[in-house]
Design a protein around this ligand. Structure first.
Ligand SMILES: [Zn+2]
Length: 426
């Protein structure tokens, strides 16, 4: 099987696309209750619709929520053994960028052939260091894009968008390359965890999908956390503190006793890899009542239940110490490890790994210590592993990306489409 490389003109077009997209401010807003959380995400969405139409996706459109959907029609001849058998495959990327770092007025900087060493950021005098970015060593001779240091770059996830757009353009320019029907989706509000809120799986019409939203070359992510939020409420009893002896029950002290007892070995600050944690991330209240919100995270349902049981144990202990307090806990499900869903139909993952290998890259199967739109979609019936998009140091002023890795992600996506045709023909 050939390795799909972009020629100089196609690579230049990928670069120009990316540079254009990152200069459009699409930061989402954690505090907004509307959808999309910021209207400006639609500015990029509208441009993508027009470009998709130029590439022959006649149905390209943005809906009221800001989702862009489009179709690349299948081009298998009627007699082809995969004709009418190859499933519709989706490619997804998110429109928004992270809101915790300045993201408007991005001034992308270009290194045409990286020669090694730290990268100085002209806007601040800071540097992208080789010590904290070991992947720089793998990018010698590459075209690198970074910012001036005053904003993030937004390769998360405009690298993914530019790659998908380049794939669509490439397919139009190479009509002999056979593929099934592809669905393209660009989604708002991924960074605020709401990217699937109005995602209509039925209307998207893909049987399987991939997000292009990962980082390192060859990375395929098929696992996410299982995630719950535990809300602990404490009711105390307030009286005048001068006359409180034996009467006052201070909810602040009860809540503090709970937080103090959380096991040191199961905190975000002390865990990594496949380890689970309890994370008290919000603490509010007064003497009469207090509330603690905790994230509960683990890779299996069993371990998630263990963390929650440990928390219940702590509540029982504290209850015994403050018998007059009323302590209750409410657990809300956030999302589950998509590996559970992918295991039901693992070819969606197997083909992605094979696509990486066929592109001549070592696959790197990874678990994400977080959630993705793909994990939510997988539980909504659309299995969606994540493929690398090339960006590095996401969400930071030191964000950068290699054009060669972006081109490799396009190649992997092309490999994937032909693997689906090939396997469906068997
Ligand atoms: Zn992302």
């Amino acid at each position: 099987m050939p390795i799909w490389t972009l020629d100089a003109t196609e690579k230049q077009a990928l670069l120009e696309r990316f540079l254009r997209y990152v200069q459009i401010d699409t930061q989402s807003d954690e505090d907004a209750t509307c959808f999309p959380s910021t209207e400006k995400q639609k500015n990029l969405a509208r441009i993508l619709v027009e470009e998709l139409k130029d590439f022959g996706c006649v149905d390209a459109a943005m809906d009221e929520w800001g989702y862009v959907f489009a179709t690349v029609p299948a081009n298998l001849p009627a007699g082809h053994p995969a004709h009418s058998k190859v499933p519709v495959v989706g490619f997804l990327a998110h429109l928004d960028t992270y809101a915790g770092t300045p993201g408007g007025g991005v001034k992308p900087q270009l290194i045409p052939a990286y020669q090694g060493g730290d990268i100085p950021l002209p806007g601040t005098g800071e540097r992208i260091g080789t010590a904290t970015n070991p992947n720089l060593a793998h990018c010698l001779g590459h075209t690198l894009i970074h910012t001036d240091g005053t904003t993030l770059l937004g390769a998360d996830d405009k690298a993914g968008i530019a790659e998908i757009m380049t794939m669509v353009a490439w397919l139009k320019a190479h009509p002999d390359f056979l593929h099934g029907e592809l669905r393209i989706g660009f989604t708002p509000d991924e960074e605020v965890g709401r990217g699937t809120e109005h995602f209509d799986v039925e209307r998207f019409r893909a049987r399987y999908a991939y997000t292009l939203d990962g980082s390192d070359l060859g990375e395929i992510e098929d696992e996410t956390f299982c995630a719950d939020t535990a809300i602990v409420s404490i009711k105390g009893h307030d009286v005048h503190p001068g006359y409180a002896k034996g009467v006052m029950i201070n909810a602040v002290r009860v809540a503090s006793a709970i937080v103090e007892r959380l096991p040191q070995g199961h905190l975000p600050e002390t865990t990594e890899g496949r380890e689970s944690y309890l994370h008290p991330y919000q603490f509010s209240g007064g003497v009469t009542q207090a509330e603690i919100k905790l994230l509960v995270r683990a890779f299996t349902e069993e371990e998630l239940a263990e963390r929650e049981a440990a928390l219940r144990g702590i509540l029982a202990e504290v209850q015994a110490r403050f018998p007059g307090a009323v302590i209750t806990m409410d657990v809300k499900t956030s999302y589950r490890n998509m590996a559970y869903k992918i295991a039901e139909d693992p070819k969606v993952l197997d083909y992605a790994l094979e696509a990486v290998v066929r592109q001549g890259i070592d696959p790197l199967q990874k678990a994400i210590r977080g959630g993705t739109d793909g994990s939510r979609l997988s539980f909504m019936g659309l299995l969606t592993p994540n493929i690398f998009a090339g960006g590095q140091s996401f969400h930071s002023l030191q964000e950068w990306v290699s054009l060669e890795w972006m081109a490799a992600a396009v190649g992997v996506s092309l490999q994937l489409t032909s693997i689906w045709v090939e396997k469906s023909a068997e």
